[in-house]
Design a protein around this ligand. Sequence first.
Ligand SMILES: Nc1ncnc2c1ncn2[C@@H]1O[C@H](COP(=O)(O)OP(=O)(O)OP(=O)(O)O)[C@@H](O)[C@H]1O
Ligand SMILES: [Mg+2]
Length: 279
Amino acid sequence: MKSPIISFENITYKYEDGTIALKDIILSIEHGKKIALIGNNGAGKSTLFLLLNGILKPTSGHIKYKGKKLSYTRKQIKHLRQQVGIVFQNPDTQLFSSSVYEDIRYGPKNLGLSSEKLKKTVHEAMILTETEYLKDKPPHFLSIGQKKRVTIAGIIAMNPELLVLDEPTAGLDPYYSEKVMLLLDNIHNKNRTVLISTHNVNLAYEWADEVFILDNGKIIEQGSPIEVFNNLEAIKQSHLERPWIMDICQNLNLLEKDYPKSKKELLEMMKLYSIQKDK
Ligand SMILES: Nc1ncnc2c1ncn2[C@@H]1O[C@H](COP(=O)(O)OP(=O)(O)OP(=O)(O)O)[C@@H](O)[C@H]1O
Ligand SMILES: [Mg+2]
């Protein structure tokens, strides 16, 4: 079996003021997965993400990248940051150039691409995120949703192996939320691994093939969306809800088969049931 891209071995992280944000975390990010990390405010999601690409160093425990312990040398961190691209929760912490174009170009430019390849990469990232029409604007004039898409463009332009997005749909309207999730599917189909954090249990249920619940710095449940959302105790403890599709299916006794994955699948299933009933 291929070793995980990243694994956490008993990771604890304590901020300078004494807050213990992560407690003895054990987890593996396996290649090719679509993973959702869910948990309430302050659970430790953003902290966990900052450890993934070496911005924070664990207080205790080890992080392994492709089976090798991180030693935090400059060279290793540079490589790690190219392979693990993070889109932060707050886009303002990530945008600093004078124009959107310059911002998206910054990361891939540092990778030393030829000017032809650089132009093509930036152009493709702008098309995928529908940000081309913003290219001459200063990033600080953009709306929150536009900023978010620009930061996503900047990270996909680096072509990382693992793409990590902290609340990718927060602040986006329904049209762009759907666009971003489709974009993440697209990236995943190109043999990439994608990890997101979200408070949206419906989104996690529909999109992810593995879900982790982080509660008060601890992973309290992990598995397929159906396994995780069937653990009502863990859902309650972490102030989350069950996805509405699972609730509806249970109430309508539509449980003979697997739960449908989306609204579309649920409607098809209900149609089938009503045809069978009418016969
Ligand atoms: N720089 C910091 N210094 C001290 N404590 C911090 C710092 N950053 C975060 N924390 C604390 O660490 C804990 C975890 O915070 P974190 O931001 O990782 O949670 P989160 O799950 O991302 O929350 P949210 O859903 O609100 O984004 C919280 O108790 C928070 O107050
Ligand atoms: Mg957060």
